[in-house]
Design a protein. Structure first.
Length: 367
Protein backbone atom coordinates (compact mmCIF):
# COMPACT_ATOMS: atom_id res chain seq x y z
CA UNK A 1 0.00 0.00 0.00
CA UNK A 2 1.57 3.27 -1.15
CA UNK A 3 1.96 6.01 1.51
CA UNK A 4 4.19 8.58 -0.15
CA UNK A 5 5.83 9.28 -3.48
CA UNK A 6 7.81 12.44 -4.15
CA UNK A 7 11.11 14.34 -3.63
CA UNK A 8 13.17 13.33 -0.60
CA UNK A 9 12.82 16.70 1.19
CA UNK A 10 9.04 16.62 0.98
CA UNK A 11 9.02 13.77 3.50
CA UNK A 12 12.36 14.46 5.28
CA UNK A 13 11.53 18.04 6.34
CA UNK A 14 8.27 17.17 8.17
CA UNK A 15 9.95 14.10 9.67
CA UNK A 16 12.75 16.27 11.09
CA UNK A 17 10.11 18.59 12.57
CA UNK A 18 8.71 15.81 14.75
CA UNK A 19 11.88 13.76 15.42
CA UNK A 20 13.57 16.33 17.68
CA UNK A 21 11.61 15.15 20.73
CA UNK A 22 12.13 11.41 20.16
CA UNK A 23 14.44 10.01 22.84
CA UNK A 24 17.02 7.36 21.92
CA UNK A 25 16.14 5.05 24.83
CA UNK A 26 12.66 4.54 26.17
CA UNK A 27 10.97 2.22 28.62
CA UNK A 28 8.18 2.06 26.01
CA UNK A 29 9.82 0.97 22.72
CA UNK A 30 6.99 2.46 20.64
CA UNK A 31 7.97 5.97 21.81
CA UNK A 32 11.10 5.66 19.66
CA UNK A 33 8.74 5.47 16.67
CA UNK A 34 6.91 8.06 14.62
CA UNK A 35 3.22 7.56 13.88
CA UNK A 36 2.36 7.84 10.18
CA UNK A 37 -1.31 8.18 9.29
CA UNK A 38 -2.69 8.53 5.77
CA UNK A 39 -6.25 9.69 5.41
CA UNK A 40 -7.25 11.18 2.08
CA UNK A 41 -4.60 13.42 0.55
CA UNK A 42 -2.62 14.07 3.75
CA UNK A 43 0.11 11.99 5.35
CA UNK A 44 0.28 13.00 9.03
CA UNK A 45 3.43 12.44 11.10
CA UNK A 46 3.24 12.45 14.90
CA UNK A 47 5.86 11.91 17.62
CA UNK A 48 5.61 12.10 21.41
CA UNK A 49 7.62 11.50 24.58
CA UNK A 50 4.43 11.55 26.74
CA UNK A 51 5.25 15.14 27.89
CA UNK A 52 5.33 16.77 24.43
CA UNK A 53 3.63 15.84 21.18
CA UNK A 54 4.42 17.26 17.72
CA UNK A 55 2.26 16.74 14.65
CA UNK A 56 2.80 17.84 11.05
CA UNK A 57 1.75 16.67 7.61
CA UNK A 58 2.76 16.38 3.96
CA UNK A 59 1.01 15.39 0.73
CA UNK A 60 0.17 11.67 0.49
CA UNK A 61 0.45 9.47 -2.60
CA UNK A 62 -3.09 8.06 -2.75
CA UNK A 63 -6.40 8.31 -0.96
CA UNK A 64 -6.16 4.99 0.94
CA UNK A 65 -6.54 4.95 4.70
CA UNK A 66 -3.55 3.47 6.54
CA UNK A 67 -1.72 3.97 9.86
CA UNK A 68 1.55 2.56 11.21
CA UNK A 69 4.49 3.43 13.46
CA UNK A 70 8.13 3.06 12.44
CA UNK A 71 11.54 3.78 14.03
CA UNK A 72 11.91 7.57 13.76
CA UNK A 73 15.72 7.83 13.85
CA UNK A 74 16.29 4.98 11.41
CA UNK A 75 13.86 6.43 8.88
CA UNK A 76 15.39 9.90 9.29
CA UNK A 77 18.95 8.58 8.90
CA UNK A 78 18.03 6.64 5.74
CA UNK A 79 16.32 9.64 4.13
CA UNK A 80 19.17 11.99 5.12
CA UNK A 81 21.74 9.70 3.53
CA UNK A 82 19.97 9.73 0.15
CA UNK A 83 20.95 12.32 -2.51
CA UNK A 84 18.94 15.55 -2.21
CA UNK A 85 16.99 15.37 -5.47
CA UNK A 86 16.07 11.67 -5.14
CA UNK A 87 12.50 10.53 -5.72
CA UNK A 88 11.40 8.48 -2.70
CA UNK A 89 8.59 5.93 -2.37
CA UNK A 90 7.25 4.72 0.99
CA UNK A 91 4.84 1.80 1.06
CA UNK A 92 3.48 -0.68 3.60
CA UNK A 93 3.94 -4.33 2.71
CA UNK A 94 3.20 -7.15 5.16
CA UNK A 95 3.77 -5.01 8.32
CA UNK A 96 7.03 -3.63 6.95
CA UNK A 97 7.71 -0.14 5.67
CA UNK A 98 9.45 -0.29 2.30
CA UNK A 99 11.60 2.65 1.24
CA UNK A 100 12.63 2.80 -2.41
CA UNK A 101 14.92 5.45 -3.87
CA UNK A 102 16.70 4.88 -7.19
CA UNK A 103 18.38 1.51 -6.82
CA UNK A 104 18.30 1.61 -3.00
CA UNK A 105 15.83 -0.54 -1.05
CA UNK A 106 15.15 -0.59 2.71
CA UNK A 107 12.67 -2.59 4.81
CA UNK A 108 11.84 -1.38 8.33
CA UNK A 109 9.73 -3.18 10.89
CA UNK A 110 6.56 -1.42 12.08
CA UNK A 111 4.48 -1.50 15.26
CA UNK A 112 0.67 -1.14 15.33
CA UNK A 113 -0.65 2.44 15.25
CA UNK A 114 -3.34 1.64 17.83
CA UNK A 115 -0.61 1.03 20.46
CA UNK A 116 0.82 4.53 19.99
CA UNK A 117 0.05 6.85 22.97
CA UNK A 118 -1.49 10.22 22.11
CA UNK A 119 -1.99 13.24 24.31
CA UNK A 120 -5.68 14.00 24.78
CA UNK A 121 -7.01 17.55 24.48
CA UNK A 122 -7.14 19.40 27.78
CA UNK A 123 -10.38 20.63 29.31
CA UNK A 124 -10.85 23.91 31.13
CA UNK A 125 -10.85 27.56 30.23
CA UNK A 126 -8.42 28.43 27.45
CA UNK A 127 -6.49 31.66 26.86
CA UNK A 128 -5.61 32.20 23.21
CA UNK A 129 -2.96 34.66 21.95
CA UNK A 130 -1.49 35.20 18.49
CA UNK A 131 1.96 36.81 18.47
CA UNK A 132 4.18 36.41 15.43
CA UNK A 133 6.70 33.55 15.33
CA UNK A 134 9.59 36.05 15.32
CA UNK A 135 8.21 37.94 18.35
CA UNK A 136 7.94 34.82 20.49
CA UNK A 137 11.24 33.33 19.28
CA UNK A 138 13.11 36.56 20.17
CA UNK A 139 11.38 36.69 23.57
CA UNK A 140 12.47 33.12 24.38
CA UNK A 141 16.06 33.87 23.27
CA UNK A 142 16.27 36.70 25.82
CA UNK A 143 15.58 34.42 28.81
CA UNK A 144 15.91 30.70 28.05
CA UNK A 145 19.63 30.44 28.95
CA UNK A 146 18.65 31.15 32.59
CA UNK A 147 16.51 28.01 32.94
CA UNK A 148 17.73 25.41 35.42
CA UNK A 149 18.84 21.95 34.28
CA UNK A 150 17.80 18.93 36.36
CA UNK A 151 17.23 20.99 39.52
CA UNK A 152 15.40 19.18 42.34
CA UNK A 153 13.17 22.28 42.42
CA UNK A 154 11.42 20.92 39.33
CA UNK A 155 9.50 24.17 38.67
CA UNK A 156 12.83 25.88 37.83
CA UNK A 157 13.49 23.39 34.97
CA UNK A 158 11.31 25.45 32.69
CA UNK A 159 10.09 28.90 31.82
CA UNK A 160 7.25 30.97 33.30
CA UNK A 161 4.87 32.40 30.70
CA UNK A 162 2.52 35.09 32.01
CA UNK A 163 -0.34 36.64 30.06
CA UNK A 164 -1.57 39.72 31.89
CA UNK A 165 -3.90 42.20 30.21
CA UNK A 166 -2.20 43.42 27.03
CA UNK A 167 1.24 42.06 27.99
CA UNK A 168 3.06 38.75 27.62
CA UNK A 169 5.97 38.07 30.00
CA UNK A 170 8.55 35.29 30.11
CA UNK A 171 10.77 34.58 33.13
CA UNK A 172 13.50 31.99 33.72
CA UNK A 173 15.73 31.42 36.76
CA UNK A 174 18.07 28.75 38.12
CA UNK A 175 18.36 30.32 41.57
CA UNK A 176 21.66 32.07 40.72
CA UNK A 177 20.36 34.44 38.06
CA UNK A 178 17.00 35.50 36.65
CA UNK A 179 16.00 36.78 33.20
CA UNK A 180 12.77 38.66 32.47
CA UNK A 181 11.41 39.88 29.14
CA UNK A 182 8.01 41.18 28.05
CA UNK A 183 6.16 42.05 24.86
CA UNK A 184 2.95 43.99 24.21
CA UNK A 185 -0.08 42.07 22.91
CA UNK A 186 -2.56 43.44 20.40
CA UNK A 187 -5.55 42.79 22.69
CA UNK A 188 -6.33 42.57 26.40
CA UNK A 189 -6.47 39.01 27.78
CA UNK A 190 -7.44 37.49 31.16
CA UNK A 191 -4.46 36.72 33.41
CA UNK A 192 -2.87 33.32 32.93
CA UNK A 193 0.37 31.85 34.34
CA UNK A 194 1.93 28.59 33.18
CA UNK A 195 5.35 26.92 33.55
CA UNK A 196 6.53 25.40 30.26
CA UNK A 197 9.07 22.53 30.45
CA UNK A 198 12.66 23.16 29.37
CA UNK A 199 12.44 20.62 26.54
CA UNK A 200 9.36 22.39 25.12
CA UNK A 201 11.17 25.74 25.12
CA UNK A 202 14.27 24.33 23.39
CA UNK A 203 12.09 22.65 20.76
CA UNK A 204 10.11 25.85 20.10
CA UNK A 205 13.35 27.84 19.77
CA UNK A 206 14.59 25.33 17.20
CA UNK A 207 11.38 25.22 15.17
CA UNK A 208 10.02 28.79 15.18
CA UNK A 209 11.02 31.05 12.30
CA UNK A 210 12.33 34.57 12.89
CA UNK A 211 9.64 36.20 10.75
CA UNK A 212 6.17 37.77 10.91
CA UNK A 213 4.25 34.55 10.22
CA UNK A 214 1.50 33.76 12.70
CA UNK A 215 1.78 31.64 15.85
CA UNK A 216 -1.27 30.62 17.87
CA UNK A 217 -0.71 29.83 21.55
CA UNK A 218 -3.58 28.23 23.49
CA UNK A 219 -3.10 27.88 27.27
CA UNK A 220 -5.28 25.68 29.48
CA UNK A 221 -4.71 24.76 33.17
CA UNK A 222 -2.78 21.57 32.24
CA UNK A 223 -1.59 22.02 28.66
CA UNK A 224 -0.16 24.48 26.14
CA UNK A 225 -0.68 24.20 22.38
CA UNK A 226 1.46 26.01 19.80
CA UNK A 227 0.32 26.05 16.15
CA UNK A 228 2.54 27.51 13.41
CA UNK A 229 2.98 26.71 9.73
CA UNK A 230 1.67 23.16 9.44
CA UNK A 231 3.12 22.15 12.84
CA UNK A 232 1.17 21.64 16.07
CA UNK A 233 3.16 21.23 19.30
CA UNK A 234 1.26 20.22 22.45
CA UNK A 235 3.03 20.27 25.82
CA UNK A 236 2.15 19.32 29.36
CA UNK A 237 2.82 22.02 31.96
CA UNK A 238 5.01 21.89 35.06
CA UNK A 239 2.88 21.91 38.18
CA UNK A 240 4.38 24.10 40.89
CA UNK A 241 4.78 27.61 42.27
CA UNK A 242 7.31 29.72 40.39
CA UNK A 243 9.35 32.16 42.56
CA UNK A 244 8.02 35.74 42.89
CA UNK A 245 10.24 37.29 40.21
CA UNK A 246 9.09 40.85 40.93
CA UNK A 247 10.62 40.68 44.42
CA UNK A 248 13.96 39.49 43.00
CA UNK A 249 14.39 42.38 40.54
CA UNK A 250 16.13 45.24 42.43
CA UNK A 251 14.54 48.68 42.20
CA UNK A 252 16.96 51.01 44.02
CA UNK A 253 20.49 50.20 42.76
CA UNK A 254 22.28 53.57 42.59
CA UNK A 255 25.55 52.78 40.78
CA UNK A 256 24.70 52.97 37.07
CA UNK A 257 27.13 52.05 34.27
CA UNK A 258 26.36 52.26 30.56
CA UNK A 259 28.85 50.08 28.69
CA UNK A 260 29.55 49.05 25.11
CA UNK A 261 28.33 45.45 25.08
CA UNK A 262 31.11 44.08 22.87
CA UNK A 263 33.87 45.80 24.91
CA UNK A 264 32.57 44.32 28.17
CA UNK A 265 31.95 40.94 26.50
CA UNK A 266 35.49 40.63 25.12
CA UNK A 267 37.08 41.80 28.39
CA UNK A 268 35.13 39.17 30.33
CA UNK A 269 36.01 36.47 27.79
CA UNK A 270 39.72 37.22 28.21
CA UNK A 271 39.49 37.33 32.02
CA UNK A 272 37.52 34.06 31.99
CA UNK A 273 40.55 32.21 30.58
CA UNK A 274 42.28 32.45 33.97
CA UNK A 275 39.32 31.78 36.26
CA UNK A 276 39.06 28.79 38.56
CA UNK A 277 37.50 26.04 36.42
CA UNK A 278 35.02 25.07 39.13
CA UNK A 279 33.85 28.45 40.44
CA UNK A 280 34.40 30.68 37.36
CA UNK A 281 34.59 33.82 39.52
CA UNK A 282 35.69 37.30 38.37
CA UNK A 283 35.99 40.48 40.47
CA UNK A 284 34.51 43.73 39.22
CA UNK A 285 36.29 46.69 40.86
CA UNK A 286 34.53 49.98 40.23
CA UNK A 287 36.09 53.39 40.90
CA UNK A 288 35.90 56.87 39.35
CA UNK A 289 35.97 56.56 35.52
CA UNK A 290 37.23 52.94 35.72
CA UNK A 291 35.91 49.39 35.82
CA UNK A 292 38.54 46.70 36.44
CA UNK A 293 37.81 43.03 35.77
CA UNK A 294 40.16 40.65 37.61
CA UNK A 295 40.50 36.89 37.83
CA UNK A 296 42.90 34.35 39.35
CA UNK A 297 43.11 30.57 39.25
CA UNK A 298 44.47 27.77 41.45
CA UNK A 299 47.96 28.20 39.89
CA UNK A 300 48.03 31.83 41.10
CA UNK A 301 47.87 33.11 37.52
CA UNK A 302 46.14 36.46 37.13
CA UNK A 303 44.25 38.45 34.51
CA UNK A 304 43.26 42.11 34.68
CA UNK A 305 41.19 44.14 32.23
CA UNK A 306 40.33 47.83 32.58
CA UNK A 307 37.43 49.62 30.87
CA UNK A 308 36.87 53.38 30.96
CA UNK A 309 33.37 54.16 32.25
CA UNK A 310 31.40 57.34 32.91
CA UNK A 311 31.13 56.84 36.67
CA UNK A 312 31.72 59.11 39.66
CA UNK A 313 30.98 57.82 43.14
CA UNK A 314 31.91 55.34 45.85
CA UNK A 315 34.25 52.51 44.88
CA UNK A 316 32.97 48.92 44.82
CA UNK A 317 34.58 45.46 44.73
CA UNK A 318 32.16 42.62 43.92
CA UNK A 319 32.50 39.08 42.53
CA UNK A 320 30.34 37.28 39.95
CA UNK A 321 30.30 34.02 38.03
CA UNK A 322 31.72 35.05 34.64
CA UNK A 323 29.56 32.50 32.78
CA UNK A 324 26.39 34.21 34.01
CA UNK A 325 27.67 37.62 32.88
CA UNK A 326 28.67 36.31 29.45
CA UNK A 327 25.33 34.54 29.01
CA UNK A 328 23.40 37.80 29.02
CA UNK A 329 25.92 39.60 26.79
CA UNK A 330 25.84 36.75 24.26
CA UNK A 331 22.05 36.80 24.05
CA UNK A 332 21.11 40.47 23.76
CA UNK A 333 21.48 42.07 20.35
CA UNK A 334 22.32 45.66 21.35
CA UNK A 335 25.33 48.00 21.15
CA UNK A 336 25.16 49.30 24.72
CA UNK A 337 24.02 47.69 27.96
CA UNK A 338 23.19 49.24 31.32
CA UNK A 339 24.52 47.67 34.51
CA UNK A 340 23.22 48.73 37.94
CA UNK A 341 25.10 47.83 41.13
CA UNK A 342 24.61 48.59 44.87
CA UNK A 343 27.19 46.94 47.15
CA UNK A 344 29.36 43.83 47.44
CA UNK A 345 26.46 41.74 48.81
CA UNK A 346 23.82 42.79 46.30
CA UNK A 347 22.92 41.42 42.91
CA UNK A 348 23.70 43.18 39.63
CA UNK A 349 20.88 44.30 37.35
CA UNK A 350 21.42 44.40 33.57
CA UNK A 351 18.99 46.34 31.39
CA UNK A 352 18.81 47.69 27.87
CA UNK A 353 19.14 51.52 27.98
CA UNK A 354 15.70 53.18 27.79
CA UNK A 355 13.93 49.80 27.74
CA UNK A 356 11.95 48.40 30.68
CA UNK A 357 10.97 45.23 28.79
CA UNK A 358 14.17 43.30 29.61
CA UNK A 359 15.89 42.73 32.96
CA UNK A 360 18.59 40.30 34.01
CA UNK A 361 19.58 39.82 37.66
CA UNK A 362 22.70 37.94 38.73
CA UNK A 363 23.65 37.11 42.32
CA UNK A 364 27.14 38.01 43.60
CA UNK A 365 29.68 35.41 44.75
CA UNK A 366 32.45 35.56 47.33
CA UNK A 367 35.93 35.42 45.80
Amino acid sequence: MLLFKGPRDQILMPLQSVCGIVEKRHTLPILSNVLMEKDGEDLTLLATDIEIQIRTSTAAASADKVALTVGARKLQDILRSLPESTEVMLSLDDKRLQIKAGKSRFNLQTLPAEDFPRMSSADGQAVRIQPTQGQFKRLLALVQYSMAQQDIRYYLNGLLLVIDGAEMRVVATDGHRLAFASEALSETMPRSEVILPRKTILELSRQLSDNDESLEIVLTPTQARFSFGNIELVSKLIDGKFPDYERVIPQQHGKVLVLARDVLQHSLMRAAILTNEKFRGVRLVLSNDSLKIMSTNAEQEEAQEEIEVAYQGDSLDVGFNVTYLLDVLNNVDVDTIECRLADANSSALFKLPGNERFKYVVMPMRI
